[in-house]
Design a protein around this ligand. Structure first.
Ligand code: 5RP
Length: 231
């Protein structure tokens, strides 16, 4: 079970990477929230940075704390992105999207000079796949897309994928910030994550998937009394 101290200590350690003048991608979720809160304190003390939020939730949080924001369309460089993860393996491969923000998270991570993952120890895994892999799909044809996602995961060596549409209030599919649905793919293990990423990316109707391969270069794992930084 994650404890809040571990999450916050990971976020505090990530603040060390922030420098004056940076444009910073602001992640989504309960761990990233600690980063935004700590960043807001530094800004109040005179740090000059601006943020690019990875979700409407993070945009609202950052605005409420006085973090200056810039629309991604007005940015030509993102120096650093700090975000959480649902799972991280020993090669800094991630599953993300538990908060349904994976599309903007991946666009921003991919556009960043450096992506830092902040997490508590419960997120560390030997092999990805225990956490259901989120796949963002267009509402149009989503039942057909779900079948093709199943085939793609099988082709990537996942033994028995089970795919659920993520529902929200009223048992209706949740709608992402991009206006799409989320399929949660229960895999147990994903034996070859780069292959799964490749197969999923080739399915029409898949807008993005939650496998982040080769994007994170630094992983910070929080502990009760500090944090470990892996680079
Ligand atoms: C949102 C995400 C989050 O970073 C991920 O779900 C981890 O969240 P938390 O820090 O609350 O465990 O990918 O889409």
């Amino acid at each position: 079970m994650a404890n809040e101290r571990e999450k916050e200590n990971a976020a505090i350690a990530a603040i060390e990477f922030v420098e004056d003048g940076m444009t910073i991608g602001l992640g989504t979720g309960s761990t990233a929230k600690y980063f935004v809160e700590n960043l807001a304190e530094e800004i109040a003390d005179g740090l000059m940075v601006r943020g690019v939020p990875t979700s409407e939730e993070t945009r609202r949080l950052a605005e409420s704390l006085g973090v200056p924001l810039v629309p991604i369309e007005h940015v030509d460089r993102i120096h650093l992105t700090v975000d959480g993860a649902d799972e991280v393996d020993g090669h800094a491969q991630l599953i993300k999207g538990g908060g349904a923000a994976l599309l903007r998270e991946k666009i921003i991570a991919n556009a960043s000079d450096l992506m830092i993952v902040i997490a508590d120890p419960s997120k560390q895994v030997e092999m990805l796949g225990q956490f259901p892999l989120p796949v963002e799909v267009t509402p149009f044809g989503y039942t057909i897309t779900a079948k093709k996602v199943y085939d793609a995961l099988k082709a990537a060596g996942v033994a028995k994928p089970r795919i659920d549409v993520r529902n929200g209030p009223g048992n209706k599919p949740i709608i992402t910030d991009g206006g799409n649905y989320i399929l949660d793919c229960h895999c147990s293990v994903i034996p070859d994550a780069p292959r799964a990423a490749f197969e999923l990316a080739s399915v029409p109707g898949v807008v993005e998937h939650g496998l982040f391969i080769g994007l994170a270069r630094t992983v910070i794992i929080g502990q009760d009394d500090g944090a470990s930084v892996f680079e």
